[in-house]
Structures are given as C-alpha cells and as structure tokens.
Write a protein of this length. Sequence first.
Length: 103
Amino acid sequence: MDKAFHDRRLWPPTMINIPGGQASVKDEAAGTRWTADLPPYRIGRYPITAWQYQQLVNDFAVSDEEGDTPKVEVSWLDAISFCNQISLQQGLTPSYRTTVDGK
C-alpha cells in the first residue's frame, strides 16, 4: 500500500506545519488592498476522507467504495464543528467559534 493511500486512513489526519508570514489581500468590490499578518498554523496534508469524517461524525454509513474518497456535501457549520472536534481531541484550542444566532 503506498504511503499517500495509507495516510488517507490515518486517525487523526496527518497535519503539516505552515509558517506564519504576510499575505496580500484584495477586495475587488471595494477596490482596496492590504497586507494581513498570518500566524503559523497546521493544515491537513490531504483532504478529509469519508472514512476519517465518520470517525468523529458517526451518523452515516461509509461504503468501501467511498471510504477513501474526499468527504463532500458537508455544510460550513458541520465542517467548522469537525475541525473544532479534531482540535479538542488533540489538546488544542478550537480555531472557530459559532453562535446560535449566526452572528
């Protein structure tokens, strides 16, 4: 089994470190540009598979055919919840906040 295939089944997902730095940001509608300072962060090496998603969200079945494919049809709020759960599981502070009223 090749390493990339094996990594898609690892739990927790394989993460890589991204160094902090600056990014140029542009709002075309407003016609403005600015520089944003970005702190270092971690990101998944590969897209989350259906199998990995099921490890935390165990309310659906995953077939053998779809298990190693990227998880699709996830709402923004469900994706945020999933990311926060991974952070908590790894002893990290969740990066995202949501409120009931959506503000």
